[in-house]
Design a protein around this ligand. Structure first.
Ligand code: SF4
Length: 176
């Protein structure tokens, strides 16, 4: 990977920045099924969550167009169970960092880099599916929403996937 990209990622606070093969991203109906249980309330109520983002087959074919991937993780110390505002802010911060990295890749001539964020997009606070998304250029989906088993992916990449009550870790990627 371009050393400048890694340096940039580190400078903006992304601690994990690893190349990986996008073939490791296999959208699974099993994970989609968990979204269908709608424990988060986003199923059908979020522009960037299932079923609005298309089928897992469509996700598979879009992922298949990419040759390389950069896996990203951003952590923030906080009380995960009680600090809802801190949690939301850290998610927004990670979203911004993914967009920043995408921007650098574009400026280096990479066409159509595809960033994925951690969790559902919260750029608007509450996603309004009865209206068009006001930020189509800035919103992104998550690996989980595409049907990817993120815990299995982290294990394959040798990364920690444990829950830590005093630290939130967001996982995303950019495909190129
Ligand atoms: S930018 Fe707003 S409307 Fe668009 S997906 Fe994110 S929260 Fe929903």
């Amino acid at each position: 990977m371009n050393a400048q990209w890694v340096r940039f990622a580190q400078e903006i606070g992304i601690e994990t920045c690893l190349t990986f093969d996008p073939k490791l991203l296999t959208p699974e109906q099993r994970i989609r099924g968990l979204c269908g249980e709608d424990k988060c309330g986003n199923y059908g109520h979020h522009h960037m969550c299932p079923p609005r983002i298309g089928s897992s087959e469509e996700a598979k074919s879009r992922i298949g167009m990419y040759q390389n991937g950069i896996l990203l993780q951003y952590s923030k110390p906080l009380d995960v169970k009680n600090d809802r505002e801190g949690l939301k802010q850290s998610k927004l911060d990670f979203h911004e960092k993914v967009l920043q990295l995408e921007g650098l890749l574009r400026s280096d001539g990479i066409e159509h880099p595809w960033g994925m964020i951690g969790g559902s997009c919260e750029l608007c606070g509450v996603c309004r599916v009865d209206e068009p998304c006001p930020y189509p250029e800035r919103t992104r989906t998550s690996l989980t929403a595409l049907g990817i088993d993120v815990i299995a992916l982290l294990a394959k990449c040798g990364l920690d996937s444990e829950f830590h009550p005093d630290r939130i870790t967001w996982t995303g990627c950019v495909l190129l």
